[in-house]
Write a new protein. Structure first.
Length: 158
């Protein structure tokens, strides 16, 4: 099943996987999540739960389950790629490394990918997509909102 063939009877549920590269990057990821929510997508993001006492590894694992999230948007940056691919010190980027391990397992078990979508924001490029996701449809999100039908955001939304 491809992404375009994926149909759901409810509002699509999306989990955003990303690295906390900088405050500015986290703000851009939050803006993406908020726009998707405004456009009717059920989005989960760690930033929505900052003040709750949550066991983060378990929460991430739950969000990545197919029954919980129809899609996982992997917001790719140089740092996200390094962390997913385990190219940082063991005490750096544990959350993204954990999510990446789970994503690898899903792709391996499914022998393909119908859920994990590489996304890179306007200040990144396709070289920053982790190797495990390079062969799949990707979206460069350069402006948010459905008002510009030529934008990649609209393509991602569809």
């Amino acid at each position: 099943m491809t992404i375009s063939e994926h149909t759901v009877s409810h509002s699509p549920r999306v989990f955003l996987s990303y690295s906390h590269d900088s405050t500015e990057h986290c703000d851009r990821v939050l803006a993406l999540a908020q726009q998707l929510r405004r456009d009717g997508i059920d989005v989960e993001l760690d930033q929505f739960h900052q003040h709750e006492l949550i066991h983060w590894p378990r929460w991430c694992e739950e969000q990545l389950r197919p029954e919980k999230s129809d899609f996982v948007l992997c917001v790719c940056t140089v740092e996200y790629k390094r962390r997913i691919e385990g190219k940082v010190a063991a005490d750096v980027g544990k959350g993204v490394f954990w999510e990446g391990t789970l994503i690898y397992n899903y792709l391996y078990d499914d022998k393909g990918n119908s859920r994990c979508v590489p996304v890179y924001l306007d200040d990144s490029d396709a070289k920053e997509i982790p190797a495990i996701l390079r062969g799949y449809p990707r979206f460069r999100v350069n402006n948010l909102g459905l008002d510009n039908t030529e934008s990649n955001y609209v393509s991602l939304y569809r």
